[in-house]
Each structure stands twice: as C-alpha cells, then as structure tokens.
Design a binder for this molecule. Structure first.
Ligand code: NAP
Length: 204
C-alpha cells in the first residue's frame, strides 16, 4: 500500500521551513510521496490580501521541482469555489485507491479542526500530522491534540520541525520593507518573486 502525504497551506510564499518539514515527514512516516496542495480560496479567509493562486502554485512548483518525491497539485486552485480539506482528501483517495493518506499542516490550523467541514468524517479516514513551528509555544499541545483525536476517533501526530525560524509573513514583510530574503527560500522562488514584483508595498 502506497503512503501519501498531502501538504496543505497557502504557501504565500513557500519557504525552506515548509520544505524541511515535508522532507522530515516523508522520512519519519516512510511516505512514498508528498503532494503539496496550495489552497484556492481557504474557507476561513477571503481572497483579499492573498497572492493569486496562480503565483502561489507556480512558486510551489519552482520550490519542489528538484525533489524526486515531491509533487504539486492544482486541485484546489482550479476550483473557484471555497476549498474544503475533506473534498481535497477525497479527491486524492479516489485518484489513488488502496493508499493511505496523511494530511500535513501547521499546528495552529489543526487546533481549529472542530470548525472545519466534517472533522469526524475526515479523521475517520485520514491521519493528520500537525507541525509546530519553532518558537511557537502552545500550552498543553499534546493534550489538546489527543482530545481532538479522541473526540473524532482518529489519529493526529505532532511533529516538531527542525529549528528554522522562517515564516511566510516575515518574508512578505521583509520584501515590503526592502529587507533581504536570500537563504530563507529557494533561489528560484526568490527570482520568481522579484520578476513578478510580488509583496511590494504598493501592491498589497
Ligand atoms: P496557512 O495560513 O498557510 O498557515 C497557518 C500556519 O501554519 C502558519 O503558521 C503557516 O506558516 C503554517 N503552515 C502552513 N502550511 C504548513 C504546512 N504544510 N506545514 C507546516 N506548517 C504550515 O494555512 P491555513 O490557511 O490556516 O490552512 C492550512 C491548511 O488547512 C490548508 O490546506 C487549508 O485548506 C486547511 N484548512 C481547511 C479548512 C476546512 O476544510 N474547513 C479550514 C481551515 C484550514 P507559514 O505562514 O510560514 O506558511
């Protein structure tokens, strides 16, 4: 049975923190592939203030193209409708039958699971991996995740990412304030951002 990690996020922009996490989870859970799924219109956000799905998808492609076991899906960005993770996971389950799926995302998003569409249905079928960012302390995290897993009768694993203090928000702020972003994200993504003048003060 093949094992797939589905790495969901806005990736605005994708950076080395995300890539290190994906590689770590690939190895820890002995997965066959990781599929990055940039969000279309996230259910809890308006598209206002978010870089277009096309740019976020392209940056994710450029960032992952040299890794033999990383792929990128346009499933959520193709859809004009609001994207729900349950629909995304079901899409992959239909596309790759007889496989096991792990949904990987930030701990703060997983802690909001009760507000998502059909958390019970999701956790019945899919395993969640909550990745905590360095320097981001959440009190009683293990208890909170266990409580969620018990409530929905599923499995949630917590993974601590290697200590890379990188965040998309910080990268966006740096660009808009004219500060360097070199070595925080792949050079291909940096060049894409420069070429397309993303995150400049006047454009956000
Ligand atoms: P986000 O704004 O991109 O990220 C939230 C936090 O998690 C940020 O700290 C972010 O760091 C970090 N992060 C993002 N993707 C990550 C990843 N794959 N691994 C580790 N850390 C990650 O994400 P979001 O919009 O809250 O949503 C995250 C995922 O949950 C998406 O796939 C979204 O569709 C899904 N979601 C679904 C529902 C639903 O179905 N109802 C509701 C909420 C969220 P950076 O800022 O550095 O990226």
């Amino acid at each position: 049975m093949k094992k797939y990690g589905i790495m969901g996020g806005t990736f605005d922009p994708i950076h080395f923190g995300h890539l290190v996490i994906a590689n770590e989870v690939l190895n820890l859970f002995d997965l066959d592939r990781i599929i990055f799924v940039p969000t279309g219109t996230p259910p809890h956000k308006t598209s206002k203030g978010l870089t277009t799905s096309y740019h976020r998808y392209m940056m994710t492609q450029f960032a992952t193209m040299t890794h033999p076991f990383f792929d990128v899906s346009d499933f959520e960005i193709r859809n004009d409708e609001i994207s729900y993770t349950i629909d995304t996971l079901q899409h992959f389950r239909d596309s790759y039958p007889n496989s096991k799926f792990y949904f990987i995302t930030g701990t703060d998003a997983v802690l909001e699971l009760s507000t998502w569409k059909d958390p019970e249905g999701m956790l019945k079928i899919f395993t969640f991996i909550a990745v905590n960012r360095p320097g981001y302390v959440i009190e009683n995290l293990d208890d909170k995740l266990r409580e969620l897993a018990d409530r929905y009768n599923g499995e949630i694993y917590a993974v601590n990412a290697p200590q890379l203090q990188i965040s998309s928000t910080d990268i966006r702020n740096r660009i808009s304030n004219g500060r360097p972003i070199k070595y925080l994200l792949p050079e291909t993504v940096e060049l894409y951002i420069l070429k397309n003048r993303l995150y400049q003060k006047s454009e956000r």
